[in-house]
Design a protein. Structure first.
Length: 146
């Protein structure tokens, strides 16, 4: 039996990272970066743990991935992120020149598309992968905090 490593498979791993964030009291956003069918980074939000507003899952993943490959450009890499990146993270993704970004749930309030921004012109974007699951973990988190 052969395992299928498709967008849903990797997004489920990103959701597992979001669960880790949830358990830590962080906004539950998870991220996985894949290069040549190998996971090179798995991260989640750490803004509360690190007392750092820039410690979003995407920023953590970009830094970890660049360190892993030994260069600042993430060409031939795919990022799976459970929530649409914010403006800050979109800027970091733009400069990393990542090849592909797969997004779970949209962020109508703080996502980069609502600000009218785009990622690097060569970055392929796929949206809506496991959207309902990605949205539900966030809704549950904020419902319990209120």
């Amino acid at each position: 039996m052969t395992m299928v490593f498709d967008d849903e498979y990797y997004m489920r791993l990103a959701l597992a990272e979001a669960e880790k964030a949830y358990e830590l009291g962080e906004i539950p956003v998870g991220c996985v970066v894949v290069a040549q069918d190998r996971i090179i980074a798995k991260t989640h939000n750490l803004t509360e743990q690190l007392i750092d507003v820039t410690a979003h899952a995407e920023v953590q993943a970009i830094s970890s991935s660049a360190n892993h490959i030994g260069g600042k450009y993430l060409k031939n890499c795919t990022m799976y992120i459970t929530l649409e990146p914010c403006v800050m993270c979109a800027g970091a993704l733009y400069w990393s020149q990542i090849s592909k970004v797969v997004i779970g749930a949209p962020d109508e309030k703080r996502g980069y598309t609502s600000a009218g921004l785009q990622l690097h012109p060569k970055t392929e974007i796929v949206s809506g992968v496991l959207q309902e699951e990605c949205r539900m973990i966030l809704q549950d988190f904020f419902k319990k905090r209120r």
